[in-house]
Ligand binder design. Structure first.
Ligand code: GUN
Length: 280
Protein backbone atom coordinates (compact mmCIF):
# COMPACT_ATOMS: atom_id res chain seq x y z
CA UNK A 1 0.00 0.00 0.00
CA UNK A 2 1.45 3.33 -1.04
CA UNK A 3 1.27 6.41 1.12
CA UNK A 4 -0.88 9.10 -0.52
CA UNK A 5 0.74 12.47 -1.20
CA UNK A 6 -1.99 14.94 -0.32
CA UNK A 7 -1.86 17.86 -2.77
CA UNK A 8 -5.01 19.42 -1.35
CA UNK A 9 -3.48 19.65 2.11
CA UNK A 10 -0.05 20.84 0.93
CA UNK A 11 -1.54 23.43 -1.42
CA UNK A 12 -3.69 24.74 1.44
CA UNK A 13 -0.56 25.08 3.62
CA UNK A 14 1.23 27.03 0.87
CA UNK A 15 -1.74 29.35 0.33
CA UNK A 16 -1.89 29.97 4.10
CA UNK A 17 1.82 30.85 4.11
CA UNK A 18 1.18 33.27 1.22
CA UNK A 19 -1.72 34.80 3.16
CA UNK A 20 0.60 35.47 6.12
CA UNK A 21 3.22 37.08 3.86
CA UNK A 22 0.59 39.27 2.16
CA UNK A 23 -0.65 40.40 5.60
CA UNK A 24 2.94 41.31 6.62
CA UNK A 25 3.41 43.26 3.37
CA UNK A 26 0.11 45.08 3.99
CA UNK A 27 1.39 46.16 7.41
CA UNK A 28 4.25 47.82 5.56
CA UNK A 29 1.76 49.46 3.18
CA UNK A 30 2.58 47.15 0.26
CA UNK A 31 -0.28 45.74 -1.84
CA UNK A 32 0.04 42.61 -3.97
CA UNK A 33 -1.75 42.65 -7.33
CA UNK A 34 -2.18 40.08 -10.10
CA UNK A 35 -3.51 41.08 -13.53
CA UNK A 36 -5.36 38.21 -15.22
CA UNK A 37 -6.06 38.41 -18.94
CA UNK A 38 -8.50 36.10 -20.69
CA UNK A 39 -9.20 36.27 -24.41
CA UNK A 40 -12.53 34.78 -25.47
CA UNK A 41 -14.85 32.71 -23.33
CA UNK A 42 -13.53 29.16 -23.40
CA UNK A 43 -15.44 27.53 -20.50
CA UNK A 44 -12.42 25.57 -19.17
CA UNK A 45 -10.27 28.74 -19.22
CA UNK A 46 -13.02 30.65 -17.41
CA UNK A 47 -12.99 28.03 -14.63
CA UNK A 48 -9.18 28.27 -14.28
CA UNK A 49 -9.25 32.08 -14.33
CA UNK A 50 -11.98 32.18 -11.68
CA UNK A 51 -10.05 29.80 -9.45
CA UNK A 52 -6.96 32.01 -9.78
CA UNK A 53 -8.97 35.10 -8.83
CA UNK A 54 -10.50 33.25 -5.86
CA UNK A 55 -7.02 32.21 -4.68
CA UNK A 56 -5.90 35.86 -4.85
CA UNK A 57 -8.87 36.84 -2.73
CA UNK A 58 -8.05 34.07 -0.24
CA UNK A 59 -4.47 35.21 0.29
CA UNK A 60 -5.49 38.89 0.44
CA UNK A 61 -4.01 39.90 -2.93
CA UNK A 62 -5.83 42.07 -5.47
CA UNK A 63 -6.77 40.64 -8.83
CA UNK A 64 -7.50 42.78 -11.87
CA UNK A 65 -9.50 41.08 -14.63
CA UNK A 66 -9.16 41.88 -18.30
CA UNK A 67 -11.53 40.11 -20.67
CA UNK A 68 -10.74 40.64 -24.33
CA UNK A 69 -13.18 39.55 -27.02
CA UNK A 70 -12.43 36.37 -28.97
CA UNK A 71 -11.89 38.49 -32.13
CA UNK A 72 -9.50 41.01 -30.55
CA UNK A 73 -6.17 41.48 -32.24
CA UNK A 74 -2.61 40.57 -31.29
CA UNK A 75 -1.85 44.32 -31.20
CA UNK A 76 -4.66 44.99 -28.69
CA UNK A 77 -3.36 42.26 -26.40
CA UNK A 78 0.26 43.44 -26.70
CA UNK A 79 -0.82 47.01 -25.92
CA UNK A 80 -2.63 45.81 -22.76
CA UNK A 81 0.49 43.88 -21.69
CA UNK A 82 2.65 46.99 -22.30
CA UNK A 83 0.30 49.06 -20.11
CA UNK A 84 0.40 46.46 -17.31
CA UNK A 85 4.20 46.12 -17.61
CA UNK A 86 4.58 49.82 -16.91
CA UNK A 87 1.95 49.92 -14.15
CA UNK A 88 3.85 49.90 -10.83
CA UNK A 89 0.74 48.72 -8.97
CA UNK A 90 0.75 45.43 -10.94
CA UNK A 91 3.15 42.79 -9.57
CA UNK A 92 2.17 39.82 -11.73
CA UNK A 93 0.68 39.39 -15.20
CA UNK A 94 -0.99 36.20 -16.34
CA UNK A 95 -2.37 35.59 -19.82
CA UNK A 96 -4.58 32.50 -19.72
CA UNK A 97 -3.60 29.99 -22.40
CA UNK A 98 -4.47 28.70 -24.91
CA UNK A 99 -5.21 31.86 -26.86
CA UNK A 100 -7.54 31.80 -29.91
CA UNK A 101 -5.75 30.45 -32.99
CA UNK A 102 -5.06 33.82 -34.66
CA UNK A 103 -2.74 34.87 -31.79
CA UNK A 104 1.00 34.33 -31.67
CA UNK A 105 1.38 32.93 -28.14
CA UNK A 106 5.18 33.02 -28.17
CA UNK A 107 5.19 36.74 -28.92
CA UNK A 108 2.61 37.33 -26.17
CA UNK A 109 4.65 35.43 -23.57
CA UNK A 110 7.82 37.29 -24.58
CA UNK A 111 6.08 40.65 -24.21
CA UNK A 112 5.40 40.18 -20.46
CA UNK A 113 8.10 41.78 -18.30
CA UNK A 114 10.06 38.72 -17.03
CA UNK A 115 9.91 40.18 -13.51
CA UNK A 116 6.09 40.10 -13.65
CA UNK A 117 5.92 36.69 -15.39
CA UNK A 118 4.36 34.73 -12.51
CA UNK A 119 3.68 31.77 -14.85
CA UNK A 120 7.44 31.39 -15.41
CA UNK A 121 6.93 30.93 -19.17
CA UNK A 122 9.17 33.77 -20.46
CA UNK A 123 12.40 32.50 -22.09
CA UNK A 124 14.37 34.72 -19.68
CA UNK A 125 12.89 32.85 -16.72
CA UNK A 126 13.40 29.49 -18.44
CA UNK A 127 17.04 30.49 -18.98
CA UNK A 128 17.43 31.67 -15.38
CA UNK A 129 16.18 28.27 -14.19
CA UNK A 130 18.56 26.39 -16.45
CA UNK A 131 21.63 28.25 -15.15
CA UNK A 132 20.47 28.16 -11.52
CA UNK A 133 19.65 31.87 -11.19
CA UNK A 134 16.68 33.20 -9.22
CA UNK A 135 13.55 33.72 -11.30
CA UNK A 136 9.97 32.56 -11.71
CA UNK A 137 9.53 28.81 -12.18
CA UNK A 138 6.60 27.25 -14.04
CA UNK A 139 3.96 26.49 -11.40
CA UNK A 140 3.27 22.79 -11.94
CA UNK A 141 6.90 21.58 -11.69
CA UNK A 142 7.56 24.00 -8.82
CA UNK A 143 4.51 22.49 -7.10
CA UNK A 144 5.86 18.96 -7.58
CA UNK A 145 9.09 19.93 -5.80
CA UNK A 146 6.98 21.18 -2.88
CA UNK A 147 4.92 17.96 -2.86
CA UNK A 148 8.12 15.91 -2.64
CA UNK A 149 9.84 18.08 -0.01
CA UNK A 150 6.80 18.43 2.20
CA UNK A 151 6.19 14.65 2.04
CA UNK A 152 9.78 14.07 3.20
CA UNK A 153 10.92 12.47 -0.04
CA UNK A 154 14.70 12.69 -0.29
CA UNK A 155 15.70 13.86 -3.77
CA UNK A 156 19.49 14.18 -3.60
CA UNK A 157 21.29 11.31 -5.32
CA UNK A 158 18.02 9.62 -6.32
CA UNK A 159 17.22 8.28 -9.79
CA UNK A 160 14.47 10.51 -11.17
CA UNK A 161 12.73 9.60 -14.41
CA UNK A 162 10.42 12.13 -16.03
CA UNK A 163 8.08 11.04 -18.82
CA UNK A 164 7.24 14.07 -20.98
CA UNK A 165 9.36 16.90 -22.36
CA UNK A 166 6.94 19.85 -22.58
CA UNK A 167 8.18 23.40 -22.01
CA UNK A 168 5.70 23.84 -19.16
CA UNK A 169 6.26 20.59 -17.22
CA UNK A 170 8.87 18.07 -18.42
CA UNK A 171 11.79 20.39 -19.23
CA UNK A 172 11.53 22.70 -16.19
CA UNK A 173 10.90 19.63 -14.01
CA UNK A 174 14.18 18.13 -15.15
CA UNK A 175 16.04 21.37 -14.31
CA UNK A 176 14.47 21.53 -10.86
CA UNK A 177 15.30 17.91 -10.05
CA UNK A 178 18.85 18.53 -11.24
CA UNK A 179 19.03 21.59 -8.98
CA UNK A 180 18.00 19.23 -6.12
CA UNK A 181 20.91 16.92 -7.06
CA UNK A 182 18.85 14.05 -8.45
CA UNK A 183 20.15 11.95 -11.36
CA UNK A 184 17.66 12.85 -14.06
CA UNK A 185 16.43 10.98 -17.14
CA UNK A 186 13.82 12.44 -19.48
CA UNK A 187 11.71 10.03 -21.55
CA UNK A 188 9.31 10.90 -24.36
CA UNK A 189 7.27 9.39 -27.17
CA UNK A 190 10.41 8.16 -29.05
CA UNK A 191 12.05 6.55 -26.02
CA UNK A 192 12.81 2.89 -26.62
CA UNK A 193 12.01 0.27 -23.96
CA UNK A 194 10.24 2.83 -21.80
CA UNK A 195 9.40 0.45 -18.96
CA UNK A 196 13.06 -0.59 -18.64
CA UNK A 197 13.99 3.05 -18.07
CA UNK A 198 11.08 3.91 -15.77
CA UNK A 199 11.74 0.83 -13.62
CA UNK A 200 15.05 2.39 -12.60
CA UNK A 201 13.26 5.37 -11.06
CA UNK A 202 13.22 6.08 -7.34
CA UNK A 203 11.04 9.06 -8.28
CA UNK A 204 8.85 8.71 -11.37
CA UNK A 205 7.14 11.84 -12.70
CA UNK A 206 4.53 11.15 -15.35
CA UNK A 207 3.37 13.92 -17.70
CA UNK A 208 2.45 12.21 -20.96
CA UNK A 209 -1.18 13.17 -21.41
CA UNK A 210 -2.45 9.60 -21.96
CA UNK A 211 -5.09 8.31 -19.54
CA UNK A 212 -3.90 5.46 -17.27
CA UNK A 213 -0.94 4.62 -19.53
CA UNK A 214 1.50 3.83 -16.73
CA UNK A 215 0.65 0.60 -14.92
CA UNK A 216 2.60 -1.44 -12.38
CA UNK A 217 4.86 -2.92 -15.10
CA UNK A 218 6.58 0.50 -15.39
CA UNK A 219 7.18 1.03 -11.68
CA UNK A 220 9.89 -0.19 -9.29
CA UNK A 221 8.73 -1.48 -5.91
CA UNK A 222 8.69 1.39 -3.42
CA UNK A 223 9.08 4.19 -6.00
CA UNK A 224 7.53 7.62 -5.49
CA UNK A 225 5.06 8.20 -8.33
CA UNK A 226 3.89 11.69 -9.29
CA UNK A 227 0.98 11.84 -11.74
CA UNK A 228 0.65 15.13 -13.64
CA UNK A 229 -2.16 13.94 -15.95
CA UNK A 230 -5.79 14.87 -15.57
CA UNK A 231 -8.44 13.32 -17.80
CA UNK A 232 -12.15 12.69 -17.85
CA UNK A 233 -12.15 9.19 -19.37
CA UNK A 234 -15.91 9.11 -19.75
CA UNK A 235 -17.60 12.38 -20.78
CA UNK A 236 -20.74 11.54 -18.79
CA UNK A 237 -18.96 10.70 -15.59
CA UNK A 238 -17.63 13.09 -12.96
CA UNK A 239 -14.72 10.72 -12.27
CA UNK A 240 -11.24 11.92 -13.25
CA UNK A 241 -8.10 9.88 -13.86
CA UNK A 242 -4.43 10.59 -14.44
CA UNK A 243 -1.68 9.30 -16.73
CA UNK A 244 -1.07 6.61 -14.11
CA UNK A 245 -3.32 3.58 -13.65
CA UNK A 246 -3.77 4.22 -9.93
CA UNK A 247 -5.34 0.84 -9.04
CA UNK A 248 -2.47 -1.02 -10.70
CA UNK A 249 0.41 1.17 -9.42
CA UNK A 250 -0.73 1.98 -5.88
CA UNK A 251 0.09 -1.48 -4.44
CA UNK A 252 3.64 -1.31 -5.88
CA UNK A 253 4.58 2.34 -5.19
CA UNK A 254 5.98 3.70 -1.95
CA UNK A 255 4.20 7.03 -2.28
CA UNK A 256 1.78 8.23 -4.95
CA UNK A 257 -0.25 11.32 -5.85
CA UNK A 258 -3.97 10.75 -6.44
CA UNK A 259 -5.98 12.33 -9.27
CA UNK A 260 -7.76 14.52 -8.36
CA UNK A 261 -6.14 15.98 -5.23
CA UNK A 262 -2.46 15.46 -6.07
CA UNK A 263 -0.54 17.71 -8.46
CA UNK A 264 -3.64 19.64 -9.65
CA UNK A 265 -4.19 21.91 -6.64
CA UNK A 266 -0.48 22.75 -6.46
CA UNK A 267 -0.43 24.82 -9.65
CA UNK A 268 -2.56 27.65 -8.26
CA UNK A 269 -0.79 27.50 -4.89
CA UNK A 270 2.56 28.01 -6.64
CA UNK A 271 1.09 30.82 -8.74
CA UNK A 272 0.22 32.55 -5.46
CA UNK A 273 3.71 31.84 -4.16
CA UNK A 274 5.25 33.33 -7.33
CA UNK A 275 2.96 36.36 -7.01
CA UNK A 276 4.03 37.03 -3.42
CA UNK A 277 7.69 36.54 -4.36
CA UNK A 278 7.27 39.00 -7.26
CA UNK A 279 6.91 41.77 -4.69
CA UNK A 280 10.28 40.87 -3.22
N1 GUN B 1 -3.56 27.20 -19.29
C1 GUN B 1 -3.45 25.99 -18.71
N2 GUN B 1 -2.57 26.02 -17.68
C2 GUN B 1 -2.10 27.29 -17.63
C3 GUN B 1 -1.16 27.96 -16.78
O1 GUN B 1 -0.57 27.39 -15.86
N3 GUN B 1 -0.96 29.27 -17.05
C4 GUN B 1 -1.59 29.93 -18.05
N4 GUN B 1 -1.31 31.22 -18.23
N5 GUN B 1 -2.46 29.34 -18.86
C5 GUN B 1 -2.71 28.03 -18.64
Amino acid sequence: MAELIDGKLISAQIKDECKEKVALLKEKGIEVTLAVIQVGEDPASSVYVNNKKKACEYIGANSLSYNLKEDSTQEELLKLIDDLNSDDKVNGILVQLPLPKHFDEDEVIRRINPDKDVDGFHPINVGRLSIGEKGFVSCTPAGIIQLLKRSNVEIEGKECVIIGRSNIVGKPMSMLMLRENATVTICHSRTKNLSEVTKRADILIVAIGKPKMIDASYVKEGAVVIDVGIHRPDPDSKKLCGDVDFESVEPVAGKITPVPGGVGPMTIAMLMSNLVNSVE
